[in-house]
Write a protein that binds this ligand. Structure first.
Ligand SMILES: Cc1cc2nc3c(=O)[nH]c(=O)nc-3n(C[C@H](O)[C@H](O)[C@H](O)COP(=O)(O)OP(=O)(O)OC[C@H]3O[C@@H](n4cnc5c(N)ncnc54)[C@H](O)[C@@H]3O)c2cc1C
Length: 387
């Protein structure tokens, strides 16, 4: 067993650290967050460094890395901003994977080189107002074939990143089989500015510069060539990317939690009470020690899932465990960080409030931790499905 990164992976980690320190220092992140503005050129700069193609095959202009490389990049970016990491992950860990595995040659040749250059960005429009957990039961958005076009009608919620996305993955019903609700879904990849697509911003607790939207699709006509994968078999394509998505979120959580720990340690060193730094008090030390232990385990669990995925081993339970554990560990690290900073943590002068706000969504998105545990109980413990 070898816990070391390869030389290339270490070089990648150092390059991303330098990039993050230079191009997205924390004081700028705070400004973007307050202004609600994702900088136009940030993903372009990532593309220039080769990060957008980190796991895209060489044939499409990428550098042909794997999930481990994505994990290293995500963790480093999330140590400054989970919102930027989420935007990156939507393109590289979700969009690129979906197109590469389920797109046809034409789609791969169109999208992947553009993604590597930073010329196209993706959002996912799947969750509907009636619920994100029982997605098959809640989905009403439908697409009807009319000649060689589909006509999409419906409404989605929480579609995230439309402020930077050029294209949207829309999941819609194209058929219905009462005995098999997973049959009859189709995934479309359509330009964001397609006629009939309208969207409005949702005000939310965190991730203030990566906006989420309610999206209405009204008689949206798209050519059949927008279908990714096989019509009516979209659920298969969605399930196929779940492990990547879980590992992506776990890596973001590991990085975000680490940021909270680092700010907590620095504050514990600097802040004085009773004539000494508060970091000398055991009650403060134990909070930070608990976070360090849990974040270390979160990172190990995430790396193991990434490694398994790269080895093409079945990592579904490990990926779900990593997402569940890393999000809870990072949540607890931000909560402890708020206690250590006390009043200062509640002000906008420190980053802790941002970490504390931003982690909340990762407890339940893209999958709730309750559903992750349902899956772990079923697939990992071999217990019957509970719902
Ligand atoms: C900031 C943000 C960004 C998002 N980004 C996107 C995006 O880009 N694209 C997209 O499509 N969606 C997105 N989502 C949606 C997200 O995936 C859903 O919020 C999530 O799947 C949960 O769905 P829900 O909020 O409707 O909760 P519900 O499904 O209503 O669940 C409510 C509660 O019931 C529990 N529950 C339900 N069923 C069970 C069960 N069988 N066992 C145990 N507990 C259960 C859940 O765990 C949860 O605690 C985003 C959401 C947020 C808040």
């Amino acid at each position: 067993m070898n816990f070391e990164f390869t030389q290339e992976q270490r070089a990648l980690q150092e390059a991303v650290r330098r990039f993050v320190d230079k191009e997205m220092p924390k004081h700028l992140i705070a400004q973007w967050d307050q202004a609600g503005e994702f900088p136009d050129d940030l993903l372009d700069k990532m593309a220039e460094l080769g990060l957008m193609g980190a796991s895209v095959p060489l044939a499409y202009g990428g550098t042909g890395g794997g999930v481990m490389e994505e994990t290293i990049i995500l963790e480093e970016i999330a140590r400054h901003s989970s919102s930027v990491a989420m935007a990156y992950g939507m393109d590289v860990c979700f969009g690129a994977v979906t197109v590469e595995r389920h797109g046809n040659d034409e789609q791969r040749e169109y999208f992947l080189p553009r993604l590597v250059k930073g010329d196209c960005h993706f959002a996912l429009s799947m969750t509907e107002p009636d619920g994100g957990t029982d997605i098959l039961g809640a989905m009403k958005t439908n697409a009807r074939l009319d000649g060689d076009e589909y006509v999409i009608n419906g409404a989605k919620v929480y579609t995230t990143g439309l402020n930077i996305a050029s294209h949207i993955f829309v999941v819609a019903r194209t058929g219905r089989d009462e005995n098999k609700p997973s049959h009859g879904l189709t995934v479309f990849l359509i330009p964001k500015d397609t006629t009939g697509v309208t969207y409005s911003k949702i005000k939310k607790l965190g991730s203030w510069f990566l906006h989420s939207y309610e999206v209405v699709y009204r008689d949206v006509r798209v050519p059949a060539s927008c279908v990714i994968g096989t019509p009516n078999r979209g659920w298969h394509a969605i399930l196929d990317t779940l492990n990547n998505e879980r590992i992506f979120i776990a890596a973001v959580c590991a990085g975000l939690g680490r940021a909270a720990l680092e700010e907590g340690i620095q504050y514990a060193r600097d802040r004085k009470a009773f004539g000494k730094s508060i970091g000398q008090f055991q009650a403060v030390q134990h909070q930070l020690a608990d976070s360090l232990v849990e974040l270390d385990l979160a990172q190990l669990s995430t790396y193991k899932a990434a490694w398994m995925q790269d080895q093409k081993l079945d990592c579904s339970v490990q990926a779900a465990s990593a997402k569940y554990y890393a999000s809870e560990a990072a949540f607890r690290a931000t909560d402890r960080g708020m206690r250590v900073l006390a009043g200062a943590g509640f002000t906008m002068d420190y980053h802790m409030q941002r970490y504390y706000r931003d982690i909340r969504q990762l407890i339940f998105a893209p999958v709730t931790n309750e559903m992750s545990k349902n899956f772990i109980a079923q697939a990992g413990c071999g217990l019957p499905r509970s719902y």
